[in-house]
Ligand binder design. Structure first.
Ligand code: NAG
Ligand code: NAG
Length: 307
């Protein structure tokens, strides 16, 4: 009798696993898999609220209040729906859906803080302040160089195509267009202009970068922000700790980090904090390790030319 029950349990467990496998899901032992009403299923993150539940169109308008002004350089390009559509592709992997609602809001503020700072045309005396001008650009206006590394065999420059900065967290250089294009399944090497023609793809490329480690065995910006990442001894001796500061390290390395308290670094931080305030979370919830002024880069620029 006991053997029968055990066998039955075994069969039940096996058929549940088979059903999950048939549905194309990967399950880790002990992880709850959820299937809620929103466009998300088969991931434990789908048990949580979606970004569109706690970040509404009116809030996007407040964060990027001047993006359609006459002075803006990408008027009528960026919009809330493009962000939400792109974000939905990454929510099953934990973007904006890791932890509770406050962590979700903080992650959205952090990601958009990078976007706002990198696409800003704000300056200190600008109406609304220098952080009120995010999403002013969607591409670099006067490229100072061609951003082509001819020696790259995997992603060679295409004749007549230019690889200047484009997108929500701008991408530069042929190899980076190649890498990100592969990541979002778009031929960005031949068609980098997609990132200045299609706001959904521009956000998708930026969120892909946020969610993806630059190198194997390294954390992504998402990982260092939401607490998925535990620093090693090497990390702590390089002053790298979880928090917003380390997201700048992942994305920009020593172009921003390890240079002391610079205007460039503080400009990014001030966008993140401004957005926390506007979203009602408040800058007092910025989290530990906000800056990266004494962090050693995960990937020193002397060793590679990524991004
Ligand atoms: C932007 O790209 C997405 C994904 O390829 C596509 O579904 C959408 O129609 C495009 N939008 C525009 C305005 O071309
Ligand atoms: C730690 O840093 C040292 C010196 O830079 C390096 O040789 C070693 O590979 C690093 N270890 C890990 C686990 O990254």
């Amino acid at each position: 009798m006991a053997r029968c029950a055990a066998l039955l349990l075994l069969l039940l467990a096996a058929s549940a696993a088979a059903a999950a496998a048939a549905a194309g899901r990967k399950e880790k032992a002990g992880e709850k898999v959820c299937d809620k009403g929103w466009e998300c299923s088969g991931s434990r993150f789908c048990c949580n609220e979606a970004i569109s539940d706690y970040f509404k169109a009116y809030q996007f308008e407040e964060l990027f209040a001047h993006r359609n002004d006459a002075q803006a350089h990408a008027a009528d390009f960026w919009n809330y729906q493009a962000f939400i559509t792109a974000a939905a592709l990454f929510e099953p992997r934990g973007f904006g859906t890791t932890g509770g609602k406050e962590m979700g809001m903080r992650e959205v503020a952090a990601f958009l803080g990078h976007v706002g700072a990198k696409t800003s045309c704000g300056y200190r005396e600008a109406p609304g302040g220098e952080t009120a001008w995010g999403l002013c650009y969607n591409h670099e206006l006067s490229p100072s160089q061609s951003y082509c590394v001819d020696s790259n065999e995997l992603y060679p420059c295409v004749e007549g195509v230019e690889y200047y900065g484009r997108g929500a967290i701008p991408i530069y250089w042929n190899q980076n267009y190649g890498i990100v294009g592969k990541g979002i399944k778009q031929d960005l090497l031949n068609h980098p202009e997609l990132l200045e023609q299609n706001a959904t793809l521009a956000f998708e490329a930026a969120i892909w970068r946020w969610m993806t480690p630059m190198k194997r065995k390294q954390p992504s910006a998402h990982d260092v922000f939401v607490g998925n990442w535990k620093p090693t001894k090497n990390d702590t001796s390089s002053k790298r700790y979880p928090g917003f500061g380390a997201t700048m390290n992942v994305l920009y390395g020593d172009a921003i980090c390890g240079q002391g308290s610079t205007d460039k670094m503080n400009f990014i931080i001030s966008h993140y904090q401004h957005y926390l305030d506007l979203m009602g979370v408040g800058r007092e919830h910025s989290g530990d390790n906000l800056d990266c002024d004494d962090q050693v880069a995960f990937n020193p620029s002397s060793e590679n030319s990524d991004f």
